[in-house]
Design a protein around this ligand. Structure first.
Ligand SMILES: Nc1ncnc2c1ncn2[C@@H]1O[C@H](COP(=O)(O)OP(=O)(O)OP(=O)(O)O)[C@@H](O)[C@H]1O
Ligand SMILES: [Mg+2]
Length: 262
């Protein structure tokens, strides 16, 4: 697969829950290797768009390709790492921080010899252990590796879930509000980590309400309010005029068809 295949390509994409439309007529193309911030008001359909990309929500109409294939195929192939906005996890389950992050590697463990897959986790292939330690370091949670995840604060849990996504070392990182509820030092650390991921050639797609960080770090900003209100460079998209259009879900910015990130 070549670098020229878009990371995401949507054509007239529509999605609904119980026949209630939540996303309508989204046509866009995002190249690989860029950092895209998805911005929009509460209920705009940002998380739903990520759910389409991971294949957990089926399009009502239209088409979505991820790296040129179906979302489900790319998810199975381990090419999409995803951090949910809110984990529906039973935090009281007695699993350590390190083992939680290791679950990010489970898809890749399919390729290990059977004896390794059946062995205790501390005998996992060194590549898995190294990826886990690097991810824990990246979010500054190495000191908490042995702690049960249920004993962490909300912001710390969020950093662990980000580490789980990083540990997968996937080509596309999909992050739903990774900065919400984390303190400023952790936010800086997470943004540095994502910069490194992007420089390593990964595609970073991040839903955020944090305009300053989107302005500084993103290559593209996608404005969503049920439909695509705008897509382009942060300076243009995060102008007062565009944000005003976003608030009312104005589609005028997009008359003329498909948007392709530069
Ligand atoms: N599982 C679901 N079943 C039914 N409706 C849903 C479901 N998930 C989301 N919705 C509805 O779809 C719309 C879009 O929700 P979505 O979570 O995608 O918004 P969002 O842009 O991520 O918002 P936020 O900024 O609050 O996270 C909302 O009106 C929401 O009520
Ligand atoms: Mg959301």
């Amino acid at each position: 697969m070549t670098e020229t295949v878009p990371a995401l390509q949507a054509r007239r994409l529509c999605a609904a829950y119980h026949q209630q439309p939540v996303l309508e007529d989204i046509t866009l193309s995002l190249p690989q290797g860029q950092w895209t911030a998805i911005v929009g008001p509460n209920g705009a359909g940002k998380s739903s768009l990520l759910n389409l990309v991971i294949g957990s929500l089926a399009p009502l109409r239209g088409e979505l390709r991820v790296l040129g294939e179906s979302p489900a195929a790319q998810r199975r192939a381990g090419n999409i790492a995803y951090m949910a906005q809110q984990e529906n996890m039973e935090w009281d389950f007695p699993i350590s921080v390190r083992d939680t992050v290791l679950t990010g590697r489970y898809g890749l463990m399919r390729h290990d010899p059977l004896w390794r897959r059946l062995a205790p986790r501390h005998w996992a292939d060194p590549s898995h252990r190294q990826a886990v330690e690097a991810a824990l370091d990246a979010v500054d949670m190495a000191d908490y590796a042995m702690r049960p995840i249920g004993e962490l604060s909300g912001g710390q849990k969020k950093r662990v879930m980000l580490a789980r996504a990083l540990a997968q070392q996937a080509r596309i990182l999909l992050l739903d509000e990774p900065l919400a509820g984390v303190d400023p030092p952790s936010e800086a650390l997470i943004l540095d980590t994502l910069e490194r991921e992007r420089r390593a050639g990964r595609t970073v797609i991040m839903v955020t309400h944090d305009m300053p960080s989107a302005r500084v770090h993103a290559d593209n900003v996608l404005l969503i309010n049920r439909t695509l209100v705008g897509m382009g460079a942060p300076d243009e998209m995060l102008s007062d005029a565009m944000l005003a259009r976003l608030a009312v879900g104005d589609r005028g910015a997009l008359s003329g068809g498909e948007r392709v990130a530069a």
